[in-house]
Ligand binder design. Structure first.
Ligand SMILES: Nc1nc2c(ncn2[C@@H]2O[C@H](COP(=O)(O)OP(=O)(O)O)[C@@H](O)[C@H]2O)c(=O)[nH]1
Ligand SMILES: [Mg+2]
Length: 377
């Protein structure tokens, strides 16, 4: 069997924005999308599967019981590589989506851990897709001069810029791989009319993001000009409304920060919105890259098979051929050719079945929340 392909997805955001919840919603929504299809999205190993199930249970429980002390989600401790397997069929070929989650304090300095910091940086550089989750309630609610002055620090814009810059420089230097960055405002339940809100504040949200993240956007354009840039506002929870977004001093640092409160509302279900687009975008990106890798594997397997068969069929003196047969070496050559042939068949089937699953995801409609953002606005 050909090796499984790995695609890395990086996340650049400080603590409390919603990285971990985003991961849970990606798994939940991705699985739902593949319902009834010949494809599966699962955690790669038992511990991670249990971890993510626990997270999903807690979120569901909190929403169903209208108990939104959202401390239901524990702050992330330590760096974790979540490996989600996107596969065809039950045991068919698959692609691993390797997403790194980490305590946001690693990038803002509250958590002092050099090794973890290096791991996070390396993962980000190697990611084909970089997600930049943005704290939408903070951005939308900063009105007083003091709040606006505290906003950049609260959003950790400088820290995020540093990560985006190193991603863009790295991606810009590799022409053969696709690159995509998504600016994702999170906790957007109260800004879109698709949630039965009376006021549609989506345009104001886009304007606020494009003003606050203009320099970050510029970094991508100048360092990775071919990268796809997108804007994708997300509700990773759904079924909640913003009650109030108050700016209060943090009890330990004293810095002003936005502390929003939400209340649960019907249908009281964990129902992410917009997250599906991430699966579609991932599939589009993977399709390009996977095809390239799988074709390379297939052509390598084909070449090895040809070489092995030529070795068997090559013209030889009769006596030499007789000796090869008698000593068993000819059988070994035939064995090698047979082995190469089965590798070729496996490589072809890998390409075929993966194409099916990816094609289904790729052709899914993006919803109206997604904005292609390669041009300045
Ligand atoms: N209203 C709302 N709250 C969210 C959303 N995503 C995350 N949260 C809440 O934001 C808080 C921080 O989320 P978490 O995923 O732990 O953030 P992380 O520190 O970046 O991993 C939690 O209380 C979540 O329940 C969302 O889409 N909407
Ligand atoms: Mg977390």
């Amino acid at each position: 069997m050909t090796p499984t392909m790995v695609h890395r997805i990086g996340i650049a955001a400080p603590s409390g924005v919603g990285k971990t919840t985003l991961l849970a919603s990606l798994l939940l929504d991705g699985r739902e999308m593949l319902n009834g299809q010949n494809g599966r999205l699962t955690a790669e190993n038992q511990a991670q599967s249990a971890d993510l199930s626990d997270l999903i249970n807690r979120i569901k429980g909190a929403l169903e019981n209208h108990h939104l002390n959202l401390g239901a989600i524990n702050a992330t401790i330590g760096v974790k590589n979540y490996r989600l397997r996107l596969g065809a069929g039950v045991s068919g070929p698959s692609v691993i989506l390797d997403i790194m989650d980490y305590p946001g304090g690693i990038i803002t300095g509250e958590v002092q851990d050099q090794n973890s910091w290096v791991r996070v940086q390396e993962h980000v550089e190697q990611s084909t897709m970089l997600l930049v989750p943005i704290n939408a309630p903070a951005l939308m609610s900063a009105t007083t001069i003091a709040e606006r002055a505290a906003l950049s620090s609260h959003l950790a814009i400088e820290e995020v810029s540093v990560m985006v810059e190193s991603w863009a420089k790295f991606r810009g230097g590799i022409d053969s791989e696709p690159a995509c960055i998504m600016f994702c405002p999170i906790r957007c339940e109260s800004y879109f009319s698709d949630h039965h809100n009376v006021v549609d504040e989506s345009a104001r949200l886009f304007q606020a993001v494009s003003t606050a993240y203009r320099d970050v956007w510029d970094l991508v354009r100048s360092n990775a000009p071919r990268a796809q840039i997108g804007y994708l506002p997300l509700d990773t929870l759904g079924s909640v409304s913003l009650q109030e977004a108050r700016w209060l001093p943090n009890s330990t640092t004293g810095k002003l920060e936005c502390q929003p409160t939400f209340h649960a509302r019907a249908p009281y279900k964990f129902s992410p919105k917009g997250v599906r687009n991430l699966m579609v975008l991932t599939a589009k990106l993977l399709m390009e890259d996977t095809e390239r890798q799988a074709e390379a594997q297939e052509s390598r397997a084909g070449r090895l098979y040809r070489e092995a068969s030529e070795e068997v069929d090559r013209d030889r003196f009769v006596l030499w051929r007789w000796w090869l047969e008698a000593s068993g070496q000819m059988d070994q050559m035939r064995g090698r050719a047979e082995q190469r042939r089965s590798e070729l068949v496996a490589a072809r089937s890998q390409l075929g079945t993966l194409r099916e699953t990816m094609e289904f995801l790729r052709t899914h409609q993006m919803d109206s929340r997604y904005v292609a953002w390669n041009e300045r606005r």
